[in-house]
Design a protein around this ligand. Structure first.
Ligand code: SF4
Length: 262
């Protein structure tokens, strides 16, 4: 078997191609030093090579995320070794861990405070879909119900290698974007994500109309009956809804069902 070293000068010559239009004149000595590219490509390359992640660990998956930043895995190759403590300095939120109902309003509020362009990675089974706690009394079935998620990383927990693979997928997604079509360069900007309220139980902001209609129906009946607040602070009308209120709730449910079907 021949172990002759490759011919480096030839290799270099073979890999140089001329992309310049003939009308562009470049001085002879600079011919191999001129690079022509697009704004999108240059801009995406610079953004994806220095994404600043937000420090946001919620449970056991966070330990794997922290390990990814250690010397063994070398996150600095992506220009992102420093986890930022502030949403205003970050453009990538890695939601790693079990998302409880109590935590969701804080996550959404922090997401809204992040600078644009901003991205979200759901790391692990819990952040992706509830994981082993799915349908638990205190856990939501995935953070994507509340903020837009760009990349999902499966596993319980995912390994540091899996997180790095997810980051590379994130880079590929950034590479496909264009400054001419991205939401954050439009005059109106990207949409504000509604912050859910933590009440006796958290609610899906997309069902806000239905919840408001049902609540108002109960309050209206309570007002009709003198606004009496019975034991436990429960309005009297909520326990004894009249026909009118029931009809209003039925209408609100129909509207919500039609909206979901459409
Ligand atoms: S996916 Fe598994 S390892 Fe990660 S937070 Fe949930 S239970 Fe913990």
């Amino acid at each position: 078997m021949s172990l002759a070293p490759p011919n480096f000068p030839d290799l270099k010559t073979d890999q140089v191609e001329s992309y310049l239009h003939p009308s562009v004149s470049v001085p002879e000595g600079l011919n191999n030093n001129v690079l022509v590219t697009t704004i999108d490509r240059l801009y995406n390359w610079s953004r994806r090579s220095s994404m600043w992640p937000l420090l946001f660990g919620l449970a056991c998956c966070a330990i794997e995320m922290i390990a990814t930043a250690s010397s063994r895995f070398d996150l600095s190759r992506f220009g992102m070794e420093v986890m930022r403590p502030s949403p205003r300095q970050s453009d990538l939120m890695i939601v790693s861990g079990t998302v409880t109902k109590k935590m969701v309003p804080a996550i959404v509020r922090i997401y809204n405070q992040m600078a644009e362009p901003r991205y979200v990675i759901a790391m692990g089974a819990c952040a992706t879909g509830g994981g082993p706690f799915k349908e638990g009394y205190n856990v939501v079935s995935g953070i994507d119900k509340y903020v837009p998620v760009d990349v999902y990383i499966p596993g319980c927990p995912p390994t540091p290698e899996a997180l790095m693979f997810g980051l590379m997928k994130m880079h590929q997604k950034v590479d496909t974007q264009s400054v001419t079509t991205a939401d954050w360069y439009k005059r109106e900007g990207s949409a504000f994500v509604p912050v859910p309220h933590l009440g006796p139980d958290i609610f899906d902001p997309r069902q806000a109309d239905l919840i408001r209609a049902e609540t108002m129906s109960g309050e209206a009946v309570a007002a009709d009956t003198g606004g009496d607040r019975a034991e436990g602070g429960v309005p009297g009308g909520l326990r004894n809804l009249g026909e009118k209120a029931k009809a209003r709730i039925a209408q609100a449910k129909e509207r919500a069902a039609a909206r979901l079907a459409g």
